[in-house]
Structure formats: C-alpha cells, structure tokens
Design a binder for this molecule. Structure first.
Ligand code: GLN
Length: 193
C-alpha cells in the first residue's frame, strides 16, 4: 500500500514520518502521475490559500477530483480540511473541493488561543484520550448533511469527521506520537484496496 502525501506546501514531512513509522510506503505527491500510484492521499496542514494556488499551478485539481471519484480515501488535516470542505464561511470565494458536507471558518479559534493543545475523546479510537494540537485551526461551524459522521467533538464543535472515503480533522495528529488517527486512515486505504 502506498500513501500519497500532498507535498506542495505545509507539514507534509511529519505525516510522511508517521505513515512510514506505521509500516506503509509513502510518496510525496507533486504531479498527477504521482497520484496515480497512490492508494490514499493525505492533504496536510499549512496555508490553504497558498496550497490552493499550488494545486492549480501543478495541475492537481482535476487529478484529485478523479482520485475522489474512484472512491480512494483522502485525509485532510487543518488547511487540508479547509480545502476538502463544502463551504468556507469567512472566505466564500476561496476554492475548495467540496468532498465533505461541512461548513468551516478559517482561523476561527480566536487570537489569544490561536494555537493550543488539548486532550480530546475520539470514541472510535479507544478509551485513551488523544492529545490534539490546534494551530490557527479552522472550525467546523456546521454539518450540512446526514452523510457526515462526527468522530470527535470539542464541547459542541465537531473537530473530526468522515463522509465515506473522506476523513478530516481540524487539529494536527501528525505532530504527536499518537498514531491512532493515521492508523484509522490506513485502514480506510487498506479496505479500499
Ligand atoms: N490557518 C490556516 C488556513 O487558513 C490553516 C492552519 C493550519 O493548517 N495549521 O489555511
């Protein structure tokens, strides 16, 4: 199994290390040919506007749409979640793929807590809490359809969700030593094969 990690911008290297630590092969995706070889795709955190600009420049938008149409799993963290969402409430003109029926707001956790860490419960990953790292994180403001399954909440807000082959979280699981979120995604990719 080969997990593609979008390697245009952002913290793709931390994802790469974590996936390799779990024993799967990785491939930094920079062209549509790279993507053809992958069984799953991770879109990392970073800066969603810059990442989008590069997605167009590297001709990856159509390729990622085809990848999704085939049902191959895609996992977006933070900026990656923004790019996969249906709506970006505070930047309605910004490009997004719309693969998951959620409305997000960028940088929505307020200036004084722009970045923070917190233990959260992710019931489908077991009893042990998960240390979630939020960095200028987007908020899932609302879920737009019943197709979306919420996997974790922080207070009233959803922070991890799935719609079919698409997994998103507003935090950065690649920046901890806890591999459970990545294991969950690898299982999605394994089941697709
Ligand atoms: N603030 C970034 C954005 O809006 C996301 C931050 C991140 O990915 N850590 O694109």
């Amino acid at each position: 199994m080969i997990i593609g990690i979008l390697g245009l911008q952002g913290d793709f290297d931390a994802h790469k290390k974590m996936v390799e630590h779990l024993g799967a092969k990785t491939l930094l995706v920079k062209t549509s040919e790279d993507l053809d070889a992958a069984d799953g795709l991770i879109i990392p955190g970073g800066e969603s506007t810059t990442m989008t600009r590069l997605l167009f420049r590297y001709n990856l938008v159509g390729a990622i749409k085809r990848f999704h149409r085939k049902g191959k799993p895609i996992f977006g963290t933070c900026a990656g979640m923004i790019v996969l969402s249906k709506k970006i409430l505070n930047h309605p003109e910004q490009f997004r793929f719309g693969f998951i029926d959620i409305a997000v707001a960028r940088n929505a956790y307020g200036r004084q807590i722009d970045s923070f860490e917190e233990d959260i419960a992710i019931p489908s990953l077991g009893k042990e809490p998960f240390r979630a790292v939020f960095i200028r994180a987007p908020k899932i403001e609302s879920v737009l359809s019943k197709k979306v399954e919420s996997l974790a909440k922080r207070g009233k807000e959803h922070i991890m969700a799935r719609q079919g082959s698409v997994l998103v979280c507003s935090f950065h699981p690649e920046l901890t030593h806890d591999t459970r979120v990545h294991e969950y995604f690898l299982k999605m990719a394994q089941n697709f094969r």
